[in-house]
Ligand binder design. Sequence first.
Ligand SMILES: Cc1cc2nc3c(=O)[nH]c(=O)nc-3n(C[C@H](O)[C@H](O)[C@H](O)COP(=O)(O)OP(=O)(O)OC[C@H]3O[C@@H](n4cnc5c(N)ncnc54)[C@H](O)[C@@H]3O)c2cc1C
Length: 307
Amino acid sequence: MDDFEYVRPGSVGEAVALLAEKPGRARAMAGGTDLLVQLKVGRRTLDRVVDVKGIAELNEIHVGSDGGITIGAAVPCHRVYDHPAIVAGFPGIVDSASIVGGIAIQGRATLGGNLCNGAPSGDSIPSLAVVGAVAVIAGPSGRREFPVSEFCTGPGQTVLGADELLVAIRLPAPPPRSFGHYLRFIPRNEMDIAVAGAGAWVALDEAGVVTAARVVLASVAPTPIEVPDAATAIIGTRGEATALEAASEAAKAAARPITDMRGTQAQRRHLSGVLTKRALAGAIARARGEHVPGAHEAHRVHASATH
Ligand SMILES: Cc1cc2nc3c(=O)[nH]c(=O)nc-3n(C[C@H](O)[C@H](O)[C@H](O)COP(=O)(O)OP(=O)(O)OC[C@H]3O[C@@H](n4cnc5c(N)ncnc54)[C@H](O)[C@@H]3O)c2cc1C
């Protein structure tokens, strides 16, 4: 690994100035679980690493009076899936945060880092995108907000400028009877990246009819992709098998996967359909008040069985 300068600013303004001083040669670091690996294997070289974990604002989880939640960009996954308001209102995000790496990784890794890394396989991105999450970004000329659903522009590429910092991810207040669910396929239980993933979110009316829906797929295109046709297929239904099947077909049609060592195009396309159907069914069940276990519950069983 080449030498680099390590700095730990105490404020957003200081961090932005440190990035702006070395355009393209300095990067923010939150947990470092992507960045340090990339530096170690030479996929990136940098003059300066700006550790943002010391900035108080980036470590906060703030619950608004309307039920919206702002998650600081340096909050580690374990604080996300242990936070009562996130567990109650955003179980799809809990699904994602609790499957990033394993328990040790979750002590450092952040949703902010997962998003800014811009990997098509980033497990938190579909769950954030389907609930309409917004990235709060700071740069030399102030702050701006940008939808998470359009944040990634290519593998490892995002809308962030070289002198910009992700400050937080803002989750809008969830409408009544609305929930998400995220599922992925990996060849083993944990510590692998998704062969394919699907995040779904629905809102129901009082009669249990789907009034709004979103589906975003991971690992089957150069960026996470939204599938509006899958949402259209489920809206106006109660999640009957035919509607779920139509949504599944829409996801398969939208997927643009590659073949690599983790899976073939055909397998990923098939998985896009299966995972979409299951994620939508899970989201609908949650919105009806049914209990749909997430990976975090499996993790806790595992943790208590091994300690
Ligand atoms: C063993 C292992 C298992 C893993 N398993 C998974 C998995 O199952 N699913 C998955 O999705 N990922 C997985 N990962 C990848 C990684 O852990 C996640 O992407 C994690 O969420 C990254 O968060 P971080 O805080 O560590 O990011 P960092 O490594 O700190 O940063 C990642 C990128 O984001 C940028 N960045 C970070 N914070 C900011 C900010 N505030 N503003 C601007 N840019 C910023 C950095 O410059 C860097 O380019 C795994 C990694 C390891 C080592």
